[in-house]
Design a protein around this ligand. Structure first.
Ligand SMILES: [Cu+2]
Length: 163
């Protein structure tokens, strides 16, 4: 009985630690988000999804899934993919927070435009400000680990009680 409890509490600690480590990793690693240059209806081109929200340090990859040339061009011209051919990709890493409107040089008039909202990176608690989404999953992970540990603990106690 005593050994079972010690084992279970060690397992609980391990699971909680793992959950925390996973969360820290998710919060500090930059992500890559893919936006398709897609055809939506005959000859009508769009960025899909047109509006995305990312964090400072994240990279957006545009992939041309059509048989026509497109560009991803910031409205303020701060970056420009140039021609992205069929099947090709263009990527850009965003290092500043803000809202960026961009468009396709060839199909802007038909509405091939998009918006990228860049939030401040997952900030440490002391710095405050934006960057909340990096830590949103922490409760889920912790809760999941905790429940798993409780189940194991319960099973062990039941077994120990029967012996
Ligand atoms: Cu286009």
């Amino acid at each position: 009985m005593y050994r079972a409890i010690r084992f279970a509490s060690a397992l609980l600690t391990l699971l909680l630690t793992t959950g925390l480590a996973t969360n820290v990793q998710a919060a500090t690693h930059s992500r890559t988000v893919t936006v398709k240059m897609a055809e939506q209806g005959e000859g009508h081109y769009v960025f899909s999804p047109a509006n995305i929200t990312i964090h400072v340090g994240d990279t957006v990859v545009w992939k041309n899934t059509t048989d026509t040339v497109h560009t991803a061009t910031a409205d303020d011209m701060s970056w420009d993919s140039g021609d992205v051919e069929e099947g090709q990709t263009f990527s850009h890493t965003f290092s500043q927070a803000g809202t960026i409107h961009y468009h396709c040089h060839y199909h802007r008039a038909m509405g091939m435009v998009g918006t990228i909202t860049v939030l401040t990176g997952p900030a440490m608690p002391s710095t405050g400000g934006g960057g909340m989404s990096g830590s949103v999953h922490a409760p889920d992970l912790l809760l999941g680990s905790f429940i798993a540990a409780l189940l194991v603990l319960g099973a062990l106690l039941v077994r120990a009680g029967r012996v």
